[in-house]
Design a protein around this ligand. Structure first.
Ligand code: MN
Length: 203
């Protein structure tokens, strides 16, 4: 497990493979108010690439290309939030998407614990800390603890996806999961355009 910090964009020519785990850290949870500070990525090889953004500097052509690449699956935990942040600040709707939280909700109906920490514990028997979750991600100099925490948020997503895919297949819900993942960009646009809480399918 290691991490590398990059300023403003991924390095030229970096190949992370067909499935890339992604997480984001921002000044808060509101994409309209709170700026994107860090994007963490991992190809599933135990290495995390951390892209740090200064306020207003969101050029990042390499990262944008990866997010838009239809041949690369973008793997998130609670993609709804990260997709909104990435769309708001980088102007790209990441596609195609896999979300471990939705997969867990569909496959693990015996549980109401679908947080990343819960999934790491229950499916991988790994304890992950959430200690730095609320720290100041806008600081130009991130601490070693912050960087390690940020990296840990993407390092287990590939293993979680494998376990969840097995369960989804076993329970006959793989196609339903796929359909939910494919709808996520639309759900995110509804969030950003003013329907964050409303269920458009309700009576
Ligand atoms: Mn995170």
């Amino acid at each position: 497990m290691s991490h590398r910090l990059h300023r403003g964009d991924l390095p030229d020519g970096l190949r992370l493979g067909p499935i890339v785990a992604i997480d984001t850290e921002a000044m808060g949870l509101n994409p309209h108010r709170d700026r994107l500070c860090l994007v963490q990525l991992s190809g599933g090889d135990g290495e995390a690439h951390l892209v740090q953004f200064a306020a207003g500097l969101y050029e990042a052509p390499q990262l944008k290309r990866l997010l838009a690449d239809p041949a690369v699956v973008k793997l998130f935990h609670y993609a709804r939030y990260d997709l909104a942040m990435l769309y708001r600040y980088l102007g790209v709707m990441a596609r195609p998407v896999y979300c471990t939280k939705i997969a867990s909700r569909l496959a693990r109906t015996f549980s109401d614990r679908h947080g990343l920490r819960d999934l790491c514990k229950d499916l991988l028997n790994i304890d992950v800390s959430k200690q730095q979750q609320t720290s100041d991600w806008g600081n130009p100099v991130l601490s070693e603890e912050q960087l390690r925490y940020a990296a840990s948020d993407v390092l287990h997503l590939h293993a979680l996806r494998s376990r969840l895919d097995e369960m989804l297949a076993r329970e006959g819900r793989a196609e339903l999961a796929r359909a939910c993942f494919d709808f996520l960009p639309t759900r995110v646009l509804l969030d950003l355009e003013g329907w964050p809480e409303e269920d458009l399918f309700a009576h």
